[in-house]
Design a protein around this ligand. Structure first.
Ligand code: SF4
Length: 414
C-alpha cells in the first residue's frame, strides 16, 4: 500500500510510474523492502543488488530504497551498498517526493495507484503494534499501534470503489485493536458497518485478528452483514503452552480452544485461517506433535507455516537459536503435510455445492477465481469452466465438480 500511495503522488506530479515493470529503460527504480524475517530480508537485498547491477551497466540512473528493511538497517546497508542513491523508511511519501523534486499533494489523501487487479484492494486500517510477541520485529520497524481516522479510511474505500474495487481486504498488524488509541474504545465493528454501506463494495475480508482480548461483539457484525466474508485470519503462532508463554502471546491453549469454539458456534460457516511458527527456541519434537494433534482436532480451513527467524533486538534474541534451519524446515513440512490432508478432505466435501466466486483472471483457456472463503495470493482458488467469457471482478456461481489439495474446480452455473 505504501508503494500504491507513493505511485499516485508521483503520477500526479506527471512522473510516469510502473509497478514491477519488466521494461529496462527506467530512470529511477524505487524498491520497497520488507525486513521482518530472514527470508524477506534476503529477498529484499537480492532485489537491491540486482538493481544496483543495472545501475552499474547504465540501464537505470538512480536506485532508491524504502520500507522496513531500510528503516531497520539503513546505516549498515548504506555502508555495504553505497551505489544506492537514497534510503528512506516506511510511509516515505513526502521525503521521496522531495528528493525527486516533486510536491506532496494533500488533496490526494485516499488515492492509490493499485498494484493489485482492479477488483480488489488491501485497505490498511492501522499501522504498528502494541503487542510484544518475542519473535516479532514489526513493532521495532512500524512503531506503536496507530489507528487511521475512520473518515480517512471510508474516503479511501469510496475512492477505491469508484475505481472498480469490489473486494476490500482489511489489514492491520492487530485488526481487532482498531480505535482503542484514537477513540478510546474498540471500533472495528462500527468501521465494518460503515464500510458495508460504501456503494460498489461487495466483499469485505478480515486479516490479522490477535487472539488475546478478542472482541467477541465483532462476531455478531460478521454474522449479520452479508457483505462481510465469513472468513477470519487469526494467527495463533503455536498451541503448546510453554511455547506460547515463551513467545509472550498472552494466550494459552485452553483460551484459544474456547475462542475457536465460540467463533464457530456463532458463525458455523466461517472459514478460519491461521499461521504457525515452528522452530522457536526451546520447541521440541513433542511440541510439534502437540501442534499437529491440535490441527487434526481443530481442522482449520487454511494454514500457513513460518520457520522461526532469529531477529536482533526482539525479546527472543537472547534465547539460544539452536534448532538448525534444516530441522525447522522439516518441522514446517510435517505441519503442512498434516494440513494438506485436512484441506483436501474439506475440499472433497465441497463437491456438488454451488458456490459464489469472484473471477480473478483468465489462465490457460480457463478462468480462475475465489470464494468468500479465500484471500488472494495465500488461499485456495477455483478453476472455472465457462462456455462464455468472464471478466475479472465478475461474481458468478460455480458448481463444484473436482477437489484438489488446495483448489477446487467446477462449471459455471447460468
Ligand atoms: S501481534 Fe503481530 S505484529 Fe504485533 S508483535 Fe505480535 S506478531 Fe508482531
Amino acid at each position: 500500500m505504501d508503494s500504491e500511495v507513493l505511485s499516485a503522488q508521483l503520477q500526479a506530479n506527471d512522473i510516469a510510474v510502473a509497478h514491477e515493470s519488466r521494461r529496462s529503460d527506467h530512470e529511477v527504480v524505487i524498491i520497497n523492502t520488507c525486513g521482518f524475517i530472514d527470508k524477506a530480508k534476503a529477498e529484499s537485498i537480492q532485489t537491491i543488488l540486482q538493481q544496483v547491477e543495472r545501475k552499474k551497466s547504465g540501464k537505470v540512473r538512480q536506485v532508491i530504497v524504502t520500507g522496513c528493511l531500510s528503516a531497520r538497517y539503513q546505516n549498515e546497508l548504506a555502508a555495504e551498498i553505497p551505489e544506492v542513491d537514497a534510503w528512506f523508511g516506511t510511509e516515505p511519501y513526502r521525503e521521496v517526493l522531495q528528493w525527486l523534486q516533486a510536491d506532496y499533494k494533500q488533496e490526494l489523501v485516499g488515492e492509490r495507484l493499485l498494484s493489485t487487479p482492479r477488483h480488489y484492494a488491501y485497505l490498511k486500517i492501522s499501522e504498528g503494534c502494541n503487542r510484544t510477541c518475542a519473535f516479532c520485529a514489526i513493532p521495532l520497524m512500524r512503531g506503536k499501534h496507530q489507528s487511521r481516522p475512520m473518515d480517512e479510511i471510508l474516503l479511501e474505500a469510496r475512492k477505491l470503489a469508484e475505481k472498480g474495487v469490489k473486494e476490500l481486504i482489511l489489514i492491520a498488524q492487530e485488526l481487532t485493536y482498531y480505535g482503542l488509541d484514537l477513540y478510546k474504545k474498540r471500533m472495528l465493528g462500527t468501521l465494518l458497518e460503515k464500510l458495508t454501506k460504501v456503494p460498489g463494495i461487495e466483499w469485505i475480508r478480515l486479516h490479522y485478528a490477535y487472539p488475546a482480548q478478542f472482541p467477541l461483539d465483532i462476531l455478531d457484525v460478521v454474522k449479520s452483514q452479508p457483505k462481510i466474508c465469513k472468513y477470519l485470519d487469526i494467527p495463533l503462532q503455536h498451541i503448546s503452552d510453554p511455547i506460547l508463554l515463551a513467545m509472550h502471546r498472552q494466550t494459552n491453549r485452553a483460551y484459544i480452544e474456547q475462542l475457536i469454539h465460540k467463533i464457530r458456534e456463532t458463525i458455523p460457516e466461517i472459514c478460519l485461517r491461521t499461521t504457525f511458527i515452528v522452530g522457536f527456541p526451546g520447541e521440541t519434537p513433542q511440541h510439534v506433535d502437540e501442534l499437529m494433534a491440535f490441527m487434526e482436532k481443530t481442522r482449520f480451513d487454511r494454514v500457513g507455516v513460518f520457520t522461526y527467524s532469529h531477529e536482533e533486538h526482539t525479546r527472543a534474541f537472547h534465547l539460544p537459536d539452536t534448532i538448525s534451519q534444516e530441522e525447522k524446515e522439516k518441522r514446517a513440512e510435517r505441519v503442512m503435510d498434516c494440513q494438506r490432508e485436512i484441506s483436501y478432505e474439506k475440499n472433497l466435501a465441497r463437491i456438488g455445492q454451488v458456490l459464489k466466486v469472484i473471477v480473478d483472471r483468465r489462465e490457460a483457456g480457463r478462468f480462475v477465481g475465489r470464494t468468500e472463503y479465500d484471500s488472494p495470493e495465500v488461499d485456495n482458488e477455483v478453476i472455472i469452466h465457462s462456455p462464455k467469457n468472464l471478466s475479472p471482478g465478475q461474481f458468478v456461481k460455480v458448481h463444484i465438480t473436482q477437489a484438489y489439495d488446495y483448489d477446487l474446480e467446477g462449471r459455471l452455473v447460468d
